[in-house]
Design a protein around this ligand. Structure first.
Ligand SMILES: Nc1ncnc2c1ncn2[C@@H]1O[C@H](COP(=O)(O)OP(=O)(O)OP(=O)(O)O)[C@@H](O)[C@H]1O
Ligand SMILES: [Mg+2]
Length: 312
């Protein structure tokens, strides 16, 4: 599943880009839109005019699953199960979702669920059967602190968690702006990683390509895979498949930030000694320092960080 605490951080963009990148390597992929009422994924995939039946129709028995699946026109192995227009929050039933996921699981290499924002029913239904979660966050306090909440839920409310197994978690940092980061206007990657203590799947740069791609109904990894953001998503998809790919922050600009390697920053200790230059960063550093002094780890650290960042 692709999830986040806060809305609007790039889940749908990432679902489409990762799904398309995986499918381009020949893997069978279905992306499912769990965001009933909003229905963004079909637009981003360029399939909005082809929706006849949707997820709710399948659950309610008005259509069979193969009737509702839309095959991508560009990539043979890429499919979409669209959300319904209904805003009825109960249209997705727990049993219905379980049935659909079980039917898809043996047919596809990847079943990617695009979660709605927040931690309400739609999000918990989307995570219920997940083997792995991609947690999308932007390098800012509100996004990071809301991610804690979701990470807690992944460890409590999923089928895997109930069986005493751990769900695989990956952090995807999106809308990373190298220029703003250099000016200290965003949280540092080091800070985000330290608080969320979740392995990094990739760093996706802020890019105007996203708007262009969604206007064309073409996931970035189909429309412009050689752009910086396209490369960042292709790399992230490869890591999801278990390949070892050097962690870089691809950039379209020549010069200072071009393929600057993130690890070299970390290894040189630069992220550790960077002074905080804005109040968000200062708060993060203060909370981190207190958590460190109290020797908090795991869930206790996450709970503490959440309340500390929210100032309670
Ligand atoms: N890397 C990026 N660079 C620039 N804009 C981006 C980037 N990623 C996403 N956006 C823009 O941010 C907005 C939100 O993106 P998206 O719909 O993917 O987020 P979401 O997490 O799915 O939102 P929601 O929680 O509402 O479902 C969109 O307008 C999208 O074009
Ligand atoms: Mg979305």
């Amino acid at each position: 599943m692709v999830t986040s605490g806060k809305g609007g951080v790039g889940k749908t963009t990432s679902t489409a880009a990762l799904g398309a990148a995986l499918a381009r390597t020949g893997q069978a992929v279905v992306v499912i839109d769990f965001d009933m009422g909003l229905r963004n994924l079909d637009l981003v995939m360029g399939a909005e005019l082809r929706v006849v039946y949707d997820f709710v129709d399948v659950i309610q028995g008005a259509a069979k699953l193969p009737q509702a699946l839309i095959r991508d026109k560009r990539i043979e192995t890429l499919f979409l199960l669209p959300a319904s227009q209904t805003r009825d929050k109960d249209a997705l039933t727990e049993d219905g979702v379980a049935r659909v996921i079980e039917e898809l699981r043996p047919k596809f290499d990847w079943v990617i669920c695009d979660s709605p924002a927040g931690i309400e029913r739609g999000a918990t239904l989307a995570m219920r059967h997940a083997d792995a979660a991609v947690i999308v966050a932007n390098p800012e306090v509100s996004s990071v602190s809301d991610s804690h909440r979701i990470i807690g839920l992944l460890d409590a409310k999923t089928e895997k968690a109930e069986k005493g197994e751990r769900i695989e978690k990956h952090l995807l940092l999106t809308r990373y702006d190298a220029a703003r980061a250099a000016r200290g206007e965003m949280l540092t990657i080091g800070d985000v990683l330290e608080i969320l203590s979740t392995p990094l799947l990739g760093i996706i740069p802020e890019s105007e390509e996203v708007l262009r791609a969604s206007n064309f109904g073409s996931p970035i990894t189909i429309g412009n895979p050689s752009s910086a953001i396209g490369r960042a998503y292709v790399d992230a998809a490869r890591r999801l498949k278990g390949e070892v790919v050097e962690m870089t922050i691809p950039s379209d600009k020549k010069g200072l930030f071009t393929r600057r390697t993130f690890m070299s920053d970390r290894l040189s200790g630069r992220t550790a000694v960077e002074p905080a230059v804005n109040s968000q960063q200062q708060k993060m550093k203060d909370c981190n320092a207190t958590a460190g002094e109290q020797k908090l780890t795991g869930d206790a650290r996450r709970t503490f960080m959440r309340s500390c960042l929210k100032g309670t």
